[in-house]
Ligand binder design. Structure first.
Ligand code: GLA
Length: 731
């Protein structure tokens, strides 16, 4: 078993260089080394008292020593050393032109900040290095936590104002990761929008800066706060060095990937500084979100598997044993806003007959919610639709041996609602300016303490009064006019941070009060998925796009950063509303079974054959659920690269393998390419069990891991939109 070790090397008396500008390290230079998984991360205090990156990559032997770093030379008179030295956390000052980690405006007009080592503490898995400005009482505790299993580093910074007066944080990052110098890096990230999230992008890292961000007040789908960087050349899914970073923040965010003037590559991540600032009073501290970083020498696939493992074992609410996702039914695509007691009960009966474990009633059950023009904010059960409250429906669902889930959108309000009529001042707005609507709704200002209390209060009451196992927490627009006039002008831009802090606080308090309740993060699909919200939610809604073919692309992109253990994937009707594409029920199931399975189809329209097929597929899914949700994912063929796509999941104990294969369309009689499996034990015997579709005649039933990996499997897939699935069981 691998352990975290911090070796703190106090180098034998090294004369420290005194700063020409005063301050700096006075008691010798230091090197701090962090080991976890197959990763070593080494930082040091350089001769100028700056905290400098020394090494980040494959784990090196304990015997390997490191020299304390030295500040690098500047470039002529135009780039001071601060621009050429790879620092871990840099204040804006002293001629810095790169992305700063912290930029402050003091009340006297001074905006210069130069941070130097002051002290440190180190335990087995945690290092805190305190930096201080060279003259002012501004302290930054640069914090590192190493995950012993995966080598993922969790970074954060705590900024303390001990100056005796308030100051304004104009920009703050959780920290900067520096890569080894190199000019052959390529950056992977995702872009998207509603119904088209998780599109993988890839580009070389050149001179200049690539900024991925959200200015939306929330995580957003335009970019996701995650990057992976590998090297061009001999690299693929399972080979080559890969560095990655992901920010745990569900508000406006920014990750800058920048080449410095000496071609050093830096990744700086934190809350977005655009239109935002934070007034920090004297005596207060500001804790940044977590910025995670990791390394794998096993390609982008290896990097994803590390992230998945970390999320399941260390991040999710019940980590290291998050519950497997139950197979759920959701009413949205079947009944939209037309929910009522009889209709939902009828759907529940049908859902139970195919093996559904959780019945979720979506939008439409509250206030005057008959379409998307009214009702948000009025979280009382609609008496016309549910004359006896929710209890009869919930009891019915329980009698069918399912648990009950409910849709809510707590941070939103329709203009046509009692809440808005009573509290028009509760929404984000600038006095006297328009209030731009999205889906006929406005955003409640959750930064306000009264709004925080209202939202926590109604959710707590809802959960106290009803036996609810699951909340689908939705968020169906992004911000506009983000004004907060109830606080002094200099504090109004705190809204970007305080809103998210209150959002997390509500989630945390609800979980404490109702520990059995599970929560899904949804934002019109995958618009609020990040490592911040995943600390408080059990699953996420991947996309409103439920077209089973489109989903192969979306789910692949999602899987680069996030585990299938949280990736909800519904089987819906055909032709899909998305593309008017017709797909067989089996294909739709096999697409959704790559993640956490749900059914969102209108069961009232299903034939007896559909029910029988669904029952069979759901039963099959339950036999591989643990493997798919929490196993190791190998991407065998990408839908982006041709007509075929295939993934393989290997259970943690190595006993079960689940393979999914898809064919877009056959052309010119070409056979389906052979699948070469990965991650098996070469010498163990595995028995093949087809679940859907056929393997070629002559395929052995039992063979060694070596055979399945090196000889491979041929599938008899022909036609348009075909899919197959088989398992291997280790003997
Ligand atoms: C969003 C969600 C959908 C559904 C609707 C309800 O679009 O992503 O799944 O819940 O809201 O209004």
């Amino acid at each position: 078993m691998k352990h975290v070790t911090w070796a703190i090397l106090f180098l034998t008396p090294v004369a420290f260089a005194l700063q020409s500008s005063g301050g700096g390290a006075k008691d010798g230079q230091r090197v701090f080394r962090l080991n976890g998984g197959d990763v070593s991360y080494v930082v040091g205090v350089n001769d100028e008292g700056e905290l400098q990156t020394v090494y980040w990559g494959k784990r090196l032997p304990e015997s390997q020593e490191f020299q304390a770093p030295k500040q690098r030379q500047g470039l002529a008179s135009f780039d001071m050393p601060v621009n050429t030295t790879p620092q871990e956390f840099t204040g804006w000052g002293g001629g810095l032109y790169l992305e700063p980690d912290l930029k402050i405006t003091f009340p006297d007009g001074n905006r210069d900040l130069v941070l130097k080592y002051a002290s440190h503490t180190a335990t087995a898995d945690q290092l805190d290095v305190v930096m201080k400005d060279i003259s002012r009482e501004v302290y930054v505790k640069v914090q590192y936590h190493m995950d012993s299993a995966t080598g993922l580093i969790r970074r954060s910074a705590e900024i303390s104002n001990r100056t005796g007066a308030p100051f304004t944080i104009e920009q703050v990052a959780s920290g900067t990761y520096n890569l080894p110098r190199g000019a052959d890096y390529q950056l992977h990230y995702v872009t998207g929008r509603w119904a088209a999230e998780w599109n993988l992008q890839q580009q070389p890292i050149h001179g200049g800066k690539t900024v991925l961000e959200s200015r939306r007040g929330t995580t957003g789908a335009q970019n996701n706060p995650w990057v992976m960087i590998d090297r061009t050349g001999d690299h693929d899914q399972d080979h080559g060095d890969v560095w990655f970073a992901a920010l745990g923040w569900s508000g406006s965010w920014q990750i800058a990937v920048e080449q410095d003037p000496t071609k050093g590559t830096r990744i700086t991540g934190g809350p977005n500084a655009f239109d935002s600032s934070y007034l920090l009073k004297s005596g207060e501290t500001f804790q940044t979100p977590y910025f995670y970083g990791g390394f794998s020498s096993n390609g982008t696939g290896g990097a994803s598997r590390l992230l998945h493992r970390f999320e399941v074992d260390s991040l999710l609410p019940h980590a290291p044993h998050p519950k497997l996702r139950p197979v759920l039914y959701n009413s949205w695509e079947a009944t939209a806003f037309k929910v009522d007691e009889a209709g939902q009960m009828a759907l529940a009966e049908k859902a139970a007959s195919i093996g559904i474990e959780r019945f979720v009633m979506d939008d439409g059950w509250f206030g005057q919610r008959n379409d998307d023009h009214a009702g948000l904010g009025d979280w009382n059960v609609n008496p016309k639709k549910f004359p006896h409250g929710l209890k009869p429906l919930i009891d019915k669902v329980h009698s069918l041996k399912m648990d009950f889930g409910l849709w809510v959108e707590p941070e939103m309000v329709n203009l046509d609602s009692d809440l808005y009529r009573k509290h028009p001042d509760w929404v984000l707005n600038f006095t006297g300016r328009p209030r731009t609507e999205g889906r006929n709704q406005l955003v409640l200002n959750l930064a306000r303490p009264d709004v925080h209390d209202y939202v926590l209060g109604f959710l707590d009451k809802l959960l106290n009064e009803n036996d609810i196992a699951f909340l689908k927490w939705d968020y169906n627009r992004n911000w506009s006019e983000p004004g907060w006039s109830a606080v002094p002008v200099e504090q109004q831009k705190n809204v970007y941070v305080d809103f998210i802090r209150n959002y997390y606080d509500i989630l945390q308090k609800l979980r404490q009060k109702h520990p059995a309740v599970e929560i899904e993060s949804c934002s019109g699909g995958g618009g609020r998925v990040d490592l911040g919200v995943m600390q408080f939610t059990d699953e996420v809604w991947t996309s409103d796009n439920t077209d089973a073919y489109d989903r192969l692309f979306l789910q692949e992109g999602f899987s680069y950063a996030y585990t299938p253990a949280v990736m909800m994937a519904w089987v819906t009707d055909s032709p899909t509303w998305v593309n008017q594409r017709s797909l067989s029920l089996e294909y739709r199931f096999l697409s959704s079974m790559q993640g956490s399975l749900g059914i969102g189809a209108n069961l009232n329209k299903w034939t007896p054959e559909d029910f029988a097929a669904a029952q069979k597929m759901i039963a099959a899914y339950k036999t591989v659920r643990q493997t798919v949700q929490q196993g190791d994912l190998y991407r065998l063929m990408s839908p982006r690269e041709g007509e075929q796509a295939a993934t393989e999941s290997v259970s943690r104990d190595g006993k079960q393998v689940a393979v999914f294969a898809y064919l877009h369309s056959s052309t010119q009689m070409y056979p389906y390419p052979r699948l070469y499996l990965r991650g098996l034990d070469e010498n163990a015997m595995y028995e093949l069990h087809p679940v859907a579709g056929k393997v070629n005649e002559g395929t052995p039933v039992k063979a060694t891991g070596a055979y399945w990996m090196h000889h491979g499997v041929d599938l008899a897939l022909r036609g348009d939109f075909q899919a197959a699935m088989f398992t291997l069981e280790r003997q």
